[in-house]
Design a protein around this ligand. Structure first.
Ligand SMILES: Nc1ncnc2c1ncn2[C@@H]1O[C@H](COP(=O)(O)OP(=O)(O)OP(=O)(O)O)[C@@H](O)[C@H]1O
Ligand SMILES: [Mg+2]
Length: 147
């Protein structure tokens, strides 16, 4: 039975003369939780970011649920249900909290070519409330918030 969720085969990535990944084969099955452990510079972030579409491998292949998986970008990966939660600040400055929450998904709030900002903010409010956040207004600029 092929129950692999995420799989990489012979993934390679170099930065100049630095070989960050060398023929990396990883299989993660449905329901599993893995810790990727290694010394600084061993390639953990490089591997994760390639799977999340942030950067591209030089060679090798990936599959998601048994299907070929080649994310063109972070948004492409998100469309496939893959995203990376980073320890660094992952927000986009200059736009609102609501716009950050639905970044790349705005089309669901567009009608006749016009973005329904109120609806976007209402949905963002619901999303925030669903995780118990009631003290952050969705319509404020993200830059007004502390880290
Ligand atoms: N954008 C980049 N440009 C040049 N070299 C890079 C780049 N990203 C990573 N590297 C190099 O690739 C190797 C793997 O780095 P990576 O960040 O994936 O390691 P890591 O396991 O996540 O390390 P850490 O534990 O410090 O987070 C390192 O030698 C690093 O210096
Ligand atoms: Mg890292």
């Amino acid at each position: 039975m092929n129950d692999s969720l995420c799989k990489t085969e012979k993934l390679c990535k170099s930065f100049g003369s630095t070989k960050a990944l060398s023929d990396v084969d990883v299989t993660i099955r449905k329901g599993e939780i893995h810790g990727l452990v290694g010394e600084n510079g061993s390639g953990k972030s490089t591997l994760s970011s390639i799977f999340a579409g942030i950067q591209k491998a030089d060679s090798g292949t990936m599959t998601l649920c048994g299907e070929p998986y080649r994310p063109a970008s972070t948004l492409g990966a998100m469309d496939s249900g893959v995203s990376m939660v980073v320890q660094e600040q992952g927000t986009i400055s200059g736009i609102t909290v609501a716009a950050n929450i639905f970044f790349g998904k705005e089309s669901q709030f567009v009608k006749n070519g016009v973005l329904n900002v109120k609806k976007l903010e209402r949905e963002a409010q619901k999303t925030l409330e669903s995780i118990g956040v009631t003290h952050i207004r969705p319509d404020i600029l993200i830059d007004k918030l502390s880290f």
